[in-house]
Design a protein around this ligand. Structure first.
Ligand SMILES: Nc1nc2c(ncn2[C@@H]2O[C@H](COP(=O)(O)OP(=O)(O)OP(=O)(O)O)[C@@H](O)[C@H]2O)c(=O)[nH]1
Ligand SMILES: [Mg+2]
Length: 470
């Protein structure tokens, strides 16, 4: 069924990023790759390219019709032992864009076609080298910016999500087979075959639990993909921008002794102990300002608080707590993932800790010094645990299998809906045929995740997001 999408032509692409580098890689995939690349590669002792030992690098000279282009290394991968499952050739030359471009042109003139984005991985999927969920993880792995995102993508590439999906799908297929046999014999009571309602009900409930656990994991997976939005908020001059700069390890925001320095919100990507995050410095919140620009800045801060996944509320611990701090506490009250930073711990403490607890409970507070860097690690740990616990439902450990793709989550939701409808037939007079239809739909929704039931349109959408050469 999959083969209808397979094309037999040879695709070629530069697999390394644009620009100059130490090494640049070209790859070809398709039935005649070796034949197409062969005229442009001179091997030691005039050996033909197809005589090389598979998957081993051999020195070669890359040459055009008139002159030599570069010294290179070449490897051949006869089908099916290659990334795509097709015959492949990979050429490693010096990473100059002109060299790579010239070489690519030669292969294109000799019958290869330039690869579409993600076409190598698409072919790997179509040739059964990996399933669709695994293929999708390749793009995530390449794009991962933090350790936990990388781990999640690698786990998906290893097939951990796919294994879970296959296992649930197989359980449902077994149940479906049982129901279909019972339907076939429904006119024949003498056969002794009848539907085992209790068993089916148990099965459906078991599958439903597993599906819901996966759907739940998407909250965390979504954070991994999109990054947690963390706003640094507080009244003016408490050290918000100083904290941002300390966390980013550079002077990103302007810091002055004057309250009201930061006017606009300022966003920067940040690695929160392996979790991708977006740190947002905000204008200090105060009740009255005659300054129009500052007023607009404060409005932005209020909107940022609403959309943030987590807040770092900064207080100046060298000052008594003020009405403005209390106002900030009011704004933070509706959020769950909040940590309180008692900043300027290098100065004498004037803040009353009991009042901090009174106004900011149940949020935990941590003494820090944004200028010295003290206490920041603990602050981040606390924030990390809160985000993990909130997104995960399993306390503050990572879910074993994490759904990170909206597409997968949508398939799982459809599967859960089908299972719910199937279960509802047990409350009513059970109609075996309807039950079978719903379970079949649930099976198909799961099949879409791993690519067992996928249209060409879906494939195109998925692979068009890849880079060329992958
Ligand atoms: N001693 C001490 N001073 C600090 C610390 N953090 C910030 N400051 C000082 O506090 C003043 C205000 O710091 P900012 O980081 O600009 O404060 P802010 O909260 O961003 O202020 P606005 O942008 O005006 O809302 C500056 O003079 C900083 O040097 C700290 O940990 N210790
Ligand atoms: Mg500031």
């Amino acid at each position: 069924m999959k083969s209808q999408y397979l094309q037999n032509d040879v695709i070629a692409a530069i697999a390394t990023p644009p620009g100059n580098g130490a090494i640049g890689i070209l790859r070809l995939s398709g039935h005649n790759s070796i034949q197409i690349a062969s005229p442009f590669l001179s091997l030691p002792e005039e050996k033909p390219l197809d005589s090389l030992p598979p998957q081993k690098l051999t020195r070669a000279v890359l040459r055009g019709p008139k002159s030599q282009i570069d010294h290179a290394l070449v490897a051949i991968f006869p089908a099916p032992h290659s990334y795509t499952g097709e015959e492949m050739v990979e050429i490693y030359c010096h990473g100059g864009s002109l060299i790579l471009q010239q070489a690519l042109e030669l292969f294109l003139q000799n019958g290869a076609r330039i690869a579409e984005p993600g076409e190598f991985t698409q072919r790997a999927f179509l040739n059964g080298k990996m399933d669709l969920a695994q293929a999708e993880s390749v793009a995530d792995l390449i794009q991962a910016q933090t350790e936990i995102s990388r781990q999640a993508a690698f786990s998906q590439l290893e097939g951990n999500l796919s294994k879970t999906i296959h296992s649930i799908r197989n359980q449902l297929l077994e149940t479906l087979a049982h129901i279909e046999v019972a339907i076939d014999h429904s006119d024949d009571p003498a056969s002794g075959i009848e539907i085992q309602s209790e068993k089916i009900r148990e099965m459906l409930s078991h599958a439903d639990k597993q599906i819901r656990k996966l759907i739940q994991s998407f909250q965390f997976g979504h954070l991994l993909k999109e990054g947690a939005r963390i706003a640094i908020v507080g009244k003016p001059n408490v050290g918000k921008s100083s904290l941002l700069n300390k966390l980013l390890k550079r002077d990103r925001a302007i810091v002055t002794v004057f309250p009201g320095t930061t006017r606009d919100t300022l966003e920067e990507g940040f690695d929160l102990l392996g979790l991708p995050a977006l740190l947002i410095d905000t204008a200090g919140i105060r009740n009255k300002t005659s300054d129009l620009v500052e007023g607009i800045g404060i409005e932005r801060t209020l909107r940022t608080i609403q959309s943030a996944d987590g807040l770092i509320v900064v207080l100046d611990s060298s000052q008594p707590i003020s009405q403005e701090d209390q106002n900030v506490a009011e704004l933070a009250k509706n959020k769950k993932q909040v940590v309180v930073a008692l900043n300027k711990s290098d100065l004498d403490r004037q803040i009353d800790l009991e009042k901090v607890t009174q106004f900011f409970s149940p949020f935990q507070s941590h003494p820090i010094s944004a200028s010295q860097g003290d206490g920041i690690e603990e602050l981040l740990r606390q924030l990390y645990s809160l985000l993990l616990a909130s997104q995960n439902g399993n306390g503050n450990s990572q879910p074993e299998v994490i759904v990170t793709s909206v597409r997968h989550k949508d398939c799982l939701l459809r599967c859960a809906q089908s299972l719910e409808r199937a279960s509802s037939f047990f409350q009513e007079e059970m109609l075996e045929e309807c039950l079978a239809v719903e379970i079949r739909d649930a099976v198909d929704s799961l099949g879409e995740i791993v690519g067992e039931t996928t249209t060409e349109e879906i494939l195109q959408t998925i692979f068009s997001k890849f880079c060329i050469g992958k």
